[in-house]
Design a protein around this ligand. Structure first.
Ligand code: TA6
Length: 289
């Protein structure tokens, strides 16, 4: 078994550690409810497949498995900013958390057979713990603590890539009537109206003031993916479509119909201001029906 200073805990029999893509350390979880994979690089969940289901998370075949680059697909952790850095153009898109090595600080199975992992990231001025519970539901929780003496403000998102049969055949329910910022070709305020979200072109939307549960209706795979959340006031919905897919080196030109991002976050006007000593927790729970 591979060991790593980033795994200073004893693993239960349901969890193994081995080199994954690019030799990056990967935890594999196999229990009676599901199978999952998590890289220490970015504490990045790259796979989750409940018993009897097709894979729920999408991964690009072109991801670059490089410790200096983000993994394309699964659940990137965007923190402590979302999108481009507000002032530093040299800073990585979506923050440093998904490029950092996180330390596994807990690994255990509960009495219901759900496997619980916790990862820690300590950076100057902030401390984050990311909890992953692998069962017939995948539950993710990002806890950010302010250890300092001054308040600080951050953005965050669990940038989840979901596998779908064909994005042109799905709908997303739950955001009817919700205001959003349309980020395609600028930033335009719009409202979703009564209709569910459908995809006919590049789609990049930040839905605001919403704590709603979103449901991805996927008739092609005869399933619904339900995304519940707490501690989050924004939901981002994204599909790059044709031109953007071609422009990304770690994304296959023909992969865009296979995925949709429904991202649980606090971004833009919903950035979190954390007083000294305080902790903020955001969770996403994903289930298939
Ligand atoms: O969540 C949507 C988005 O902000 C898009 O604008 C696009 O940039 C996407 O994230 C992927 O960003 P990345 O830095 O991972 O290529």
């Amino acid at each position: 078994m591979t060991t790593s200073p980033l795994v200073p805990v004893t693993l239960p029999p349901t969890v193994s550690l081995e080199p994954g893509g690019g030799g990056l350390p990967r935890l594999t979880i196999v229990n009676r409810h599901a199978r999952a994979e998590v890289y220490l690089h970015g504490a990045h969940v790259t796979a989750w497949r409940p018993e009897g289901q097709a894979p729920v998370l999408w991964m690009s075949a072109e991801t670059q498995w490089d410790a200096a680059k983000p993994i394309r697909g699964g659940v990137p952790i965007c923190f402590p900013w979302f999108g481009p850095h507000p002032t530093d153009k040299s800073a990585p898109s979506h923050g440093f958390a998904r490029l950092a090595d996180w330390t596994l600080i807990e690994a255990r199975d509960d009495e219901a057979g759900v496997t619980h992992l916790a990862f820690e990231l300590t950076q100057p001025g902030c401390a984050a713990i990311y909890r992953v519970a692998v069962g017939s539901t995948l539950t993710l929780a990002l806890e950010v603590r302010n250890p300092g003496r001054d308040a600080f403000t951050f953005e965050e998102a669990l940038h989840t890539y979901f596998a779908v049969h064909d994005v042109r055949g799905i709908t997303i329910q739950g955001l009817a009537g919700t205001d959003y910022l349309d980020k395609v070709g600028g930033t335009t305020p719009r409202n979703q109206g009564a209709e569910p979200i459908r995809f006919t072109a590049e789609t990049d939307r930040v839905y605001l003031n919403t704590q709603a549960t979103c449901t991805i209706e996927d008739p092609g795979l005869s399933r619904r993916i339900v995304v519940r959340k707490t501690g989050s006031n924004a939901t981002v919905v994204w599909n790059p479509w044709i031109a953007k897919a071609k422009a990304m080196p770690d994304y296959g030109d023909d992969e865009w119909p296979e995925m949709v991002c429904v991202e649980t976050g606090n971004v833009d006007a919903h950035a979190v201001r954390l007083p000294p000593g305080a902790t903020h927790t955001m969770t996403a729970s994903i289930a298939v029906s």
